[in-house]
Design a protein around this ligand. Sequence first.
Ligand code: HEC
Length: 438
Amino acid sequence: MFNRFFWSAVLSALPLLLFARSGGAPIRRTGAAIDGGQDCSACHRTSAANSDSRGFVRINAVNYTPGQRQTIRVQVFHPEASRWGFQLTARLASNENNKAGTLTPNSLVQVNCDPSGNAPCGNDREFATHLAPATTQGASGLATFSVEWTAPAEGSGDVVLYAAGNAADNGGSNAGDRIYTTSLRLSPAPALSRPTVSSDGAIAVGAFGGGRTISPGSWIEIFGTSLSNITREWATWDFTGSNAPRSLEGVSVTVGGRDAFIRYVSPGQVNAQVPDGIGSGSVNVVVTNAAGASSNIQMTAAPRSPGLLAFPASGARQLAVALLPDGAFVARTGEIATSPSRPARPGETITLYLIGGGATTPPTPAGSVAAGTPTVPNPQVRFGEAPATVSYAGLAPGAVGLYQFNVVVPNVAPGDTRLSLSIDGTATPQTLTTVIGN
Ligand code: HEC
């Protein structure tokens, strides 16, 4: 009989050979207790798994639809790493000795069977791990490994995914690497039915003033039931180049018959960016999922519908979100519970955020990440009656449909002051306050 110690001694003598052949990690190293609790640090043993808090491994996956495919992504990060590896296994929560669904190998990922062999594994447990090219030697930042997974059949119950990641130092040896482990439990997604919305079930994003007027590139929140059976926000892999997705988890939205861009889906709420070309006047918003389309929600289209980002109102007083150059919010000192805040002094430049700013020069199509500094015409900001110098008024670079105004605080008396803003004559409908100091 071999005990476990003997096996690991034999294995650690072999890896040079193993790795020279195929890349990838030996099986049963995700840290899952059911597999003996071992992880990559059995060999990459400079420090224990999860001991360097600057890095992480995480699993990106959504609640599953029985029998359907989804891409599971394992992400590994450490600020100093420059070579990467992972391992992933999927088990039935009801008996973790059993595999859950099927992992599919691809040109960057191999799937090994437990106790031996490579996919297809039949009923044997599966471990997906990197092939040599997927270790992206020399690349820094966040490594993402994608594995196609076919979910188990109806009635399989919850699934537990276990993953380990190696944020390696590219030293060509098993020293100096950082190992992380994690797990994620998935439930079967409830069966889908047709989305239900009320005729007034959509608003411009509430934190930007809500309201029912929208414009190309502005953002809406749609409320209803059975909009989606999965909850998630868009991620980098949903983008094609700098273009945002038109559907997420099979959920899409049209505005005036044109496809909107989808940022967030959940059973009760979908967030979408209004597409270009919707004209002016009454437009219908419709949510569609795999089971069908919702009824119409009526909104009003206009060329611009600016709304400023604001803190929740406290009584009649609502503070605009305004950032000072030192990162503090403009408010009374200490007024914002979670962050530093202080009044803005005349002459300081503060930054305001808004949506619904409308067309820019140069143009930026809805659904694309803003590049450069596309500006809006005739920006006006007033503190009380006093006009302010606006040093930038346009899309926030790197964001989608988010506008930013950099504004020099004029010489006004200390205390609460009304803040108002307009773009080319269209004013924000909100009544907002900001705080001036001396
Ligand atoms: C049985 C011992 C052993 C285990 C367990 C092991 N490795 Fe390794 N690994 C090695 C050795 C030895 C090397 C260096 C030789 C080479 O690069 O081929 C290596 C190299 C690597 C490299 C290349 C990085 C570098 O700096 O050269 C990556 C990435 C990697 N392993 C990932 C993993 C991951 C992820 C796990 C856990 C899921 C794991 N390894 C578990 C022995 C092991």
